[in-house]
Design a protein around this ligand. Structure first.
Ligand SMILES: [Zn+2]
Length: 296
């Protein structure tokens, strides 16, 4: 077997959604194989519009492809979900959608289920946070009962109106054993809307917050989304390719290489796998430098 770069790295790199260069007829299983051809090693299945057309046979095909190609899988669950949904009826519907993504994702070999936690809905953030925590704990309990062995990953969000600061994601993870953050660093950069959160010091401080809050459980098993991003005063507008964005990705990957973390990085740039390859190379280069300094 050819020596793949990812075997040397503490992070696996890949895309959210099937790579653009995958064969059009191969589905997600074809996407998994393409990830491997590109010398990447992770894929997040973009089930963002729901799971109604995903059955057991599709799951079996994806799982086989991931095992054959040594590609780690996660699922991005539906956008139609809000831990702080205003009515019980809306909450139950969203809850069932996330549970179903976890059940099918587990069947497909995914270890992590990523979701957007929701919005404050004009509640005080602390009130919305507590409602969300209790509901999320209920989902985690249900999955344990069903022996669906996945990590639930609330994502850090790019707009001030949305639940999902880094602190909230860490706090949910501290109180629920099967929850860890999905840290979208582009969202964290866009969220304040003023161009801040874009330096080695700020990236390192966020990584230290995770290390202090969650220890090795958080730091050695990270799930990261990364891309360039356009934003305004209210936060995120849209994702961009790295070269057209202001995000200081080389400083980010230096901070990541220096902090001793491991896990996965998933590219959400419009050019998907091209972005993932740039990220993997940038991280590998920073890691080589860091190790040379240690031994020198
Ligand atoms: Zn997302």
């Amino acid at each position: 077997m050819s020596k793949a770069i990812h075997t040397d790295l503490p992070f696996r790199f890949g895309t959210v959604g099937t790579p653009l260069s995958a064969p059009k007829t191969g589905g997600s299983a074809g996407g998994v194989a393409r990830i491997r051809e590109l010398n990447l090693s992770a894929l997040e299945l973009a089930w963002v519009r729901g799971t109604t057309n995903i059955g057991d046979e599709v799951c079996a095909r994806i799982k086989l492809a991931s095992e054959t190609n040594h590609v780690a899988l996660s699922v991005h669950a539906t956008y139609f979900f809000n831990l702080n949904a205003a009515t019980d009826e809306m909450w139950q519907a969203g809850r069932e959608r996330l549970l179903q993504a976890a059940r099918l994702g587990f069947k497909a070999g995914a270890t992590d289920i990523i979701f957007h936690p929701g919005s404050y809905m004009k509640l005080a953030p602390s009130v919305a946070f507590a409602i969300a925590r209790d509901r999320l704990a209920g989902i985690a309990d249900q999955l344990i009962k069903e022996k669906i062995n996945v990590t639930l990953r609330p994502e850090t969000m790019g707009k001030g109106a949305l639940l999902g600061t880094l602190e909230e994601c860490i706090a949910w993870s501290q109180s629920i054993e099967t929850v860890l953050p999905c840290v979208d660093f582009a969202h964290l950069h866009a969220r304040p809307g003023d161009g801040s959160f874009n330096s080695y010091a700020e990236f390192s401080a966020a990584l230290a917050l995770i290390a202090n809050g969650l220890g090795n459980r958080g730091l050695k098993n990270m799930h990261i989304h990364f891309s360039g991003i356009a934003y305004g005063p209210k936060g995120e507008k849209n994702h961009l390719v790295l070269e057209e964005a202001d995000i200081k990705y080389k400083e980010f990957f230096k901070a990541l290489a220096d902090c001793g973390a491991s896990g996965r990085v998933l590219s959400e740039t419009p050019n998907m796998e091209e972005g993932a390859i740039v990220m993997q190379n940038s991280f590998a280069q920073s890691l080589r430098k860091a190790r040379a300094q240690h031994s020198g």
